[in-house]
Design a protein around this ligand. Structure first.
Ligand SMILES: *[C@@H]1O[C@H](CO)[C@@H](O)[C@H](O)[C@H]1NC(C)=O
Length: 222
């Protein structure tokens, strides 16, 4: 590799920019996150614990045999990310148990960093995501399915999606995400619950309704 042409370098840079679109592959076996107030070097917001002090417990947790904390609307989420298992830090993977009361729904949202795989263990869920036509963003296609125990559905990264318990009994799913600590962006809260607020004028034009309708919707997300 005596020298590389600029075009070759440009192609390599392009390839690596795609490869880095997700949590990067770590350069060490693990970086168990530690809270060290004196630390000055951070990897994914945390410092790495001294490997000599790392134990099995840094890679383990319990409690997914029960539902997590209620988050409102009949939904409970039991999340296992790098906040819960310090050893997950930098590994690019996490999971969650989600419990839905009958009629409960995860409102349209997205995970900017992560692909999400849903495995239904119990009950009946409708899960769907939406894509825009690249040549015409006003044309959108919904991909949705009704899923029962044992069924799996994948949500491509960053696409808007929802899950709804359309059955008469409670439903449970296990979801895996290819990020060690995935963000969640909820469309309705982004548009109607931001601080400061997006003006009534902007939203009434965007949704083609009068300002009173916008104010009514906004009041639900205050
Ligand atoms: C769930 O697992 C924990 C151990 O991690 C155990 O203490 C608890 O009794 C279990 N709960 C149920 C409802 O099985």
């Amino acid at each position: 590799m005596a020298f590389l042409l600029p075009t070759t370098l440009a192609i390599i840079a392009l390839v690596f920019s795609f490869a880095n679109a997700f949590d990067p592959r770590p350069l060490q076996d693990f970086c168990v996150s530690a809270n060290d107030p004196k630390a000055t070097v951070f990897v994914n917001r945390r410092v790495c614990k001294d490997p000599k002090l790392v134990t099995e417990d840094d890679f383990s947790t319990s409690g997914l045999n029960v539902s997590g904390d209620p988050v409102g609307g009949g939904l409970s989420i039991n999340t296992v990310n790098s906040d819960r298992i310090a050893g997950l830090n930098t590994l690019g993977i996490s999971m969650a148990r989600v419990d839905y009361e009958s009629g409960a729904m995860a409102s349209p949202h997205s995970h900017p960093q992560a692909t999400e795989l849903h495995l239904v263990l119990e009950g009946t869920l409708e899960i769907g995501f939406i894509t825009a036509d690249p040549s015409n963003p006003t044309k959108n296609r919904l991909y949705a399915k009704t899923l029962n125990a044992g069924d799996v559905f994948v949500i491509p990264p960053s696409l808007l999606h929802y899950q709804a318990n359309v059955g008469k009994v409670k439903a449970t799913s296990f979801n895996s995400l290819n990020s060690h600590n995935s963000d969640i962006v909820i469309a309705s809260y982004q548009l109607f619950g931001s601080v400061p607020t997006i003006s009534d004028d902007i939203l009434s034009k965007a949704f083609r309704v009068d300002k009173e309708t916008i104010q009514l919707i906004r009041s639900k997300f205050a």
